[in-house]
Design a protein around this ligand. Structure first.
Ligand code: F6P
Length: 490
């Protein structure tokens, strides 16, 4: 497991309660943010300074001895403040919780401090080495005394999806800009189970916006299904000295996050990803727009060849248990029949629509079917993953449907299964923007210690919702969408 030196290792001031006090004083000195100062406890005033840098608490003494005694006074104040300290100041300036999260306490009961990437240079992508501390760059106070940033883990879980890297970039940019560190947790929850970490600096997060897939890898690992899995997640999180985790995933990955938060107060925030668009709590997940774009383009292409041969073209698209990709790409591509799990129609009904169309003089038809469509006679086989999902592509719903249509109508029929083409490649502009907005929001939630929440899109506004709400049930295609699609059948 890669490790990194920490500015506070061997530092006689940082560990324990004194470190917490140092940060309280830094809190007062930090420039105001959105809600800076709200609810600041009186003990934090111990570090207040006049514009000339002298202490407000000991004006007579400081005036008498002069500024050079401030150092001595600061040590005294730190000690006093450490003894009084009962709360945890928000890094961004607000004072929200008086009880630090147990995972954020060091052995002596103080809140941990750690190294950060000094002054990230995003323009050139210049990166500091993971072993570099603020001191190495000649700024011993920065990042150690007054400007402590958080160490934030990022993981991507479940099926990959265009836009994952854009989220990593946005989280990274915001966390680093605020003086924090970003650690890639490799391969989803597996990375926390097995301790697979990779520091991400400005260079690592540079050039990610158009890049498909995920630079930190992904798996469908469920720690709750592994012997000692959850204990290892908690232990590795502690060992890596992470302050918070941004989990980017769909219902499975975020379901684990929601449970870890509910059962262990694990400091996690979520970002909703999936090409399937089936997560509740948000209007859209990123990745969906790209998948729809790919499927629509495929339907457009199939149109010209279908028309040339007077054929019926069946297009099987992904979507798992919901028909979002099928219905939206079907509407956009002008499909003549769409079959989705939420609105089952019989094969005979689908054939009637196609016949009606042919009677109108159209010798070809496009049929879009979602992979999760329940077709008579088809059953699931094969392996089940750690979240209980079968591989739907194995069922062959598209091929079976094409065969049945040809048998029942006599029209020559072909099938195209789009498969993982829908998940690969560069995200659309809309997905890049959505992923970026989600990433920034997730970093803000971390900074505000709003754990157990997920970034979400409501209308055109980025909001946050409880992770538990987002993962409680699948978001299925509503009847209004189906009505739009059905208006063009046959
Ligand atoms: O959840 C995203 C998704 O692409 C589904 O639409 C699809 O059923 C599944 O993942 C495929 O998973 P895998 O990549 O493991 O075959």
């Amino acid at each position: 497991m890669p490790t990194r030196d920490r500015a506070t290792q061997g530092n006689p001031v940082a560990p324990g309660a004194v470190a917490a006090a140092i940060r309280k004083i830094g809190q007062v000195r930090r420039p105001a943010s959105r809600d800076a100062g709200a609810g600041l406890g009186s003990e934090t005033q111990a570090g207040a300074r006049r514009p000339d840098g002298t202490s407000l608490l000991f004006p007579a003494i400081t005036d008498w001895f002069g500024p050079k005694w401030n150092t001595l006074l600061t040590v005294y104040e730190l000690k006093t403040c450490a003894e009084k300290a009962v709360g945890e100041p928000n890094i961004g300036g607000a004072y929200r919780s008086s009880v630090p999260h147990p995972l954020l306490l060091d052995a002596e009961g103080g809140t941990r401090t750690h190294t950060r990437f000094p002054s990230p240079d995003f323009e050139s992508g210049a990166s500091t080495s993971s072993a570099t501390s603020a001191q190495d760059h000649g700024s011993p106070a920065r990042g150690v005394l007054y400007d402590r940033g958080m160490k934030v883990g990022v993981l991507t879980g479940g099926g990959d999806c265009p836009g994952l890297n854009a989220v990593i970039r946005a989280v990274g940019r915001r966390v680093m800009t605020r003086g924090g560190d970003v650690i890639g947790v490799r391969e989803g929850w597996k990375g926390l189970v097995d301790g697979l970490f990779e520091p991400l600096g400005p260079r690592e997060i540079s050039g990610l916006l158009p890049r498909g897939g995920t630079i930190i890898g992904t798996t469908r690992t469920n720690p709750f299904k592994l012997d000692g899995g959850v204990e290892r997640v908690l232990a590795n999180f502690e060992r890596e000295e992470l302050d918070a985790l941004v989990a980017i995933g769909g219902e499975d990955t975020l379901g684990v996050a929601a449970r870890l938060y509910a059962e262990y107060e694990f400091p996690v925030v979520g970002v909703p990803k999936t090409i399937d668009n089936d997560l509740s709590g948000t209007d859209y997940t990123f990745g969906f727009d790209t998948a729809v774009w790919v499927a629509t383009e495929a339907i457009d292409r199939l149109h010209t060849t279908a028309e040339s041969h007077n054929r019926v073209m069946v297009v099987e698209v992904m979507g798992r248990s919901t028909g979002w990709i099928a219905v939206v790409s079907g509407i956009a591509g002008g499909a003549d029949v769409i079959l989705i799990p939420e609105q089952p129609i019989s094969i005979d009904e689908a054939c009637d629509d196609i016949r009606r169309r042919h009677e109108r003089g159209k010798d070809f038809s496009i049929v879009v079917v979602s992979e999760g469509y329940e077709l008579e006679g088809l059953s699931d086989a094969g392996e089940v993953d750690q979240f209980g999902h079968v591989r739907l592509s194995e069922r062959g719903v598209g091929a079976t449907l094409a065969h049945e249509i040809e048998q029942r109508t006599g029209y020559e029929t072909r099938v195209t299964v789009l498969g993982h083409v829908q998940r690969g490649g560069s995200p659309t502009p809309r997905d890049r923007v959505l992923a970026t907005r989600y990433g920034l929001k997730a970093a803000d939630l971390v900074e505000e210690r709003q754990f157990g929440r997920m970034a979400a899109l409501h209308g055109d506004t980025i909001v946050d919702v409880p992770l538990a709400d987002a993962t409680a049930e699948l978001k299925t295609v509503p009847a209004e969408w189906w009505d739009v699609a059905r208006a063009f059948f046959g």
